[in-house]
Write a protein that binds this ligand. Structure first.
Ligand code: URP
Ligand code: ZN
Ligand code: ZN
Length: 467
């Protein structure tokens, strides 16, 4: 067999286990995996000796160029996808959000425009339902257009995004009917509003500053909402996915529901695994405001345990980048902080360093949480998410121990800060291949913007989990 590229001599993470092997690539696909694959005269050889060869990462929770909190998030499809590639991400899923009067098609069109000509890696969107009455009859059309995951927010009334129980219940019924999935941002809106109002005084803001972000969102805010969404999934049979789960309580509720056979899966994000709400006491603590906010070390520990034992299926980022200047909009009032953080570039390094090198996950388990599970849950497997013959040649090659210092100056993100600034992280991608093309070489982006493709999905492609 003639290969265009051979990734030579790496430790290759395959669905059947990790083996020392070559990976032969023809066109955009993996054509062979085995020892000493024969090169033709035109075959490009990528030396992977002494490296891990892992499936390209899917970051399935990303917001690029998002109008939010009175500003627009600072990473667009150019900087965001370059950042992702450098972190071994070969596919991202953003959220197409309809604004006042927009149909679901309008939202998808708007997000297509943001990506076209700019994306370096492949992408698709979850379609957000923000007005149940207007959107409910448009869902099937979006499925036919190639979108199989939908999203509702239980908060964000002021953004015009909030869904109520009627919408969630009705959407889950439709998910059951169509074989699609509803993603839910689970926080309890009315109680959260009440706690914010109680604390929104000049005296308390002076005393506690950005710490009020954490003080007003106790763990029950997330737990109650997860419980309620699970109830609607249980009675309708509609597939539910809890995004950015941050609490130990939420993890327990998901675990119990899964044991009862409820079709619910959960994701957490890198920041909830390695950061905690102590950061809000820092002088620049407001930078770390994201939604839901960072919790306690015990929550992180429970989330790691959930990744290990299976109730937490995916690690993503919820990338929603704001610069220091944008974050300064808070002016001492925590309710005005643009919420979100950069993350695409550091997802794999954080998961690898804090997960694998720290002994919390095996390399194989990490690849399931970053690649295989997200691809399977989102209807993109085995097109991507695995190093397997016939799969797309989406690959990251990482050195087992070489670290880089996280520094915004040397990063691709538009952020002028990082939640992990100064951290020494292993797991940055030395070489990233997207559909067989080298887009990161020697830790530097070399791929061309605009080469990334929209990935249509089908209901038939929506599978369960391998673990
Ligand atoms: O802080 C965050 N997460 N910003 C993005 C919006 C969301 O809730 O995912
Ligand atoms: Zn959210
Ligand atoms: Zn989000």
């Amino acid at each position: 067999m003639q290969f265009d590229t051979i990734v030579r001599g790496g430790s290759v993470v395959t669905p059947a286990g990790t083996i020392l092997a070559d990976v032969g690539i023809t066109g955009e696909k993996i054509a062979a995996i085995g020892p000493s694959l024969a090169a033709g005269s035109n075959t490009k050889i990528i030396d992977a000796t002494g490296h891990h060869v892992i499936p390209g990462v899917l970051d399935v929770h990303v917001h690029l160029e998002l109008p939010f909190c009175g500003t627009t998030s600072a990473d667009d499809y150019r900087t965001g996808t370059r950042a992702g590639a450098r972190g071994g991400v070969t596919t991202l899923i953003d959220f197409a959000i309809p604004y006042a009067g927009d149909s679901l098609n309008d939202a998808a069109d708007a997000w297509m425009k943001k990506a076209e000509g700019k994306a370096l890696i492949d992408y698709t969107f979850h379609i957000c339902i923000t007005r149940w009455n207007g959107h409910k009859d448009q869902i099937k059309g979006m499925v036919d257009r190639g979108f199989t995951t939908f999203k509702e927010f239980m908060i964000y009334e002021s953004e015009g995004w909030q869904s109520d129980d009627r919408a969630m219940f009705g959407t889950l019924e439709k998910m059951k009917e169509y074989g699609t999935m509803l993603l839910v941002h689970a926080e309890s809106a009315r109680v959260l509003d009440e706690l914010i109002e109680r604390h929104h005084t000049p005296e308390l803001m002076k005393e506690y500053g950005a710490r009020l972000h954490a003080i007003t969102r106790p763990n029950f805010i997330e737990a109650e909402a997860i419980q309620r969404a699970i109830m609607w999934s249980e009675v309708t049979g509609g597939k539910l996915y809890i995004v950015h789960m941050s609490t130990a309580e939420g993890t327990e509720i998901v675990k119990a529901a899964q044991a009862r056979g409820v079709p619910v899966v959960a994701e957490t994000c890198a920041q909830y695994l390695v950061l905690n709400d102590d950061v809000f006491a820092r002088e620049d603590g407001h930078l770390f405001a994201c939604c839901p906010q960072l919790k306690k070390p015990a929550d992180s520990a429970r989330l790691w345990q959930g990744l290990k034992s299976g109730e937490v299926s995916v690690i993503s980022t919820d990338t929603c980048t704001f610069t220091r200047e944008q974050k300064a909009m808070w002016g001492g009032d925590w309710t005005k902080i643009p919420m979100g953080m950069p993350g695409l570039e550091t997802l794999l390094p954080v998961a690898y360093t804090a997960g694998v090198l720290d002994g919390k996950l095996t390399l194989d388990e990490m690849c399931r949480k970053l690649s295989t599970n997200p691809a399977q849950i989102r209807g993109l497997y085995p097109q991507t998410g695995a190093i397997a013959v016939g799969s797309g040649a989406d690959v990251a090659i990482i050195h087992p121990t070489k670290t880089l210092t996280v520094s915004p100056e040397t990063m691709e993100t538009n952020a002028d800060w990082s939640p992990f600034e100064g951290w020494e992280l292993a797991g940055f991608s030395r070489t990233t291949l997207s559909r067989g093309e080298v887009i990161v070489d020697d830790y530097k982006v070399v791929g061309k913007e605009g080469r990334g493709k929209w990935l249509p999905r089908t209901v038939e492609g929506m599978r369960g989990l391998s673990s």
